[in-house]
Ligand binder design. Sequence first.
Ligand code: GLU
Length: 276
Amino acid sequence: MIVTRFAPSPNGSLHLGHAYSAITAYDLVQERGGRFLLRIEDIDGERSRAELADEFRADLEWLGLEWEELPAQSTRLDRYEEVARSLMSCGLLYPCTCTRADIVAAKPRVGADGTIYPGACKGCAVDPSKPAALRLDVDRAIAEVGEIFWEDELAGMIKADPREFGDVVLVRKDAPASYHLAATLDDAADGITLVTRGQDLFTSTHVHRVLQALLDLPVPEWHHHPLLVDASGQKLAKRRGSPSLADRRKAGEDGRELADALRAEKLPTGITIEST
Ligand code: GLU
């Protein structure tokens, strides 16, 4: 038995890559028994659009999936704040007022997932009149948790190395949590035993695993599935001409047939499954 989830952010329509992800999670539950959950990750206040959550539900139904819906992230902000306060009081977070431009100007090192914060605000008293994010002091976190591992069903046992991310933001300037903190807390609160998501979030799991250790949360397994990519090898995106599921649905395409085609890896021309 597994408990897994599909956790889309309502800041853009879903496309075939999302369908593949949702179907992968759903089918794992059909094979093994358990629960398939939907969680709307609407932490991104300004960019989140409530009507997109309804569109997502209509898309999933059109694909022939059934799910149980969890509370959206916007209803859980108090919990994120409470946990951030406790990490702060243990000295694991520090405020950072750097802007993107400040970080670029410092010529940061590039890690597995973009630039690594060069640490200008670490150990400094920041200007309290400026908006501040809270960053994880990753060296301190590693010293606290020691050597830990996580298991991906496809990639095997992995040593958690959050240094690939550097001092990642856990509380954003504009929201009481970042994706990393919110998703980790929610997966624990929702009793997720298998985190199913795309390979693009593989490296994030290093950070999530460390947060689980710091916060004494249950540790699930992960299933990072390969991504659908377009002819240029990039992740599908509407801005690069990949039609949304809603476009396909409204054009009268059969969603269940599309779901079966994705299961059989019969993909539309120009789209492939990236080998890892
Ligand atoms: N909300 C994230 C996204 O839409 C997915 C998070 C996850 O599956 O952990 O990319």
